[in-house]
Design a protein around this ligand. Sequence first.
Ligand SMILES: [Zn+2]
Length: 238
Amino acid sequence: MSTWQAETAERNRRSLARLCKALPAIFPPAVLARALNRPFIAPTPRLAIDSYWRAHPLRADLLSRALAARSDAPKGWTWQLGSNRKHGLPITFRTPPAPYRERAYKRGPGFCCVCGQPVYRFGWHVDLWNAGANKNATWHCACVIAWEFWIAPSSQARLLRRLQARRCGQTGGRLWKDAEVDHRVPLFRVWSDHRDVPWPKLLDFWGLPNLQVVNRDAHVTKSVLEARDRRVTRSLNE
Ligand SMILES: [Zn+2]
């Protein structure tokens, strides 16, 4: 055994001991199974859950939108932009609308600021432990990953390519190395034409339903057409 292997084995032994000590009697089995099969074992239940969602961003995207559907938009809320950070309004239409992040509609500790649902132990979305909401948490672990995916879907380009069987979403041709992640309905158009779609349905524009991988040349053509449409829309509104 090399020194590196010996060190890894020792590190894993210590992590496993820590994990077992901290592990409650009830723990999501899929998370535990994954944690124990990793080359590096997560030393705490919380890190095991984080790592699980990090490995399954599309599952996190789906779950976060499903949780948001349980909350619905707060009464009187509309999607608005703002430059005053204190109000928690997004500065640009590129940021997914999240009413429960806004100061006026915050649900406070124990509730997720993305989906508005209660957060339980270890940032989990179900109260497996009958312990009630976790007052130290304002995000579900899954919603953190979903949020990261929504604001930077390009970071999951490999996963999305695989999902499309490596075919261009625009032309159906083979995806090249330089292919890019694209919003089918561009976000500026979501803001200009679909702003009144009820939340959380709006979130679908940031999630998987509105994402595709397209070859660079197809993307450039699409972007040029979009920019032209945008200019036309602007001049019509002026
Ligand atoms: Zn959440």
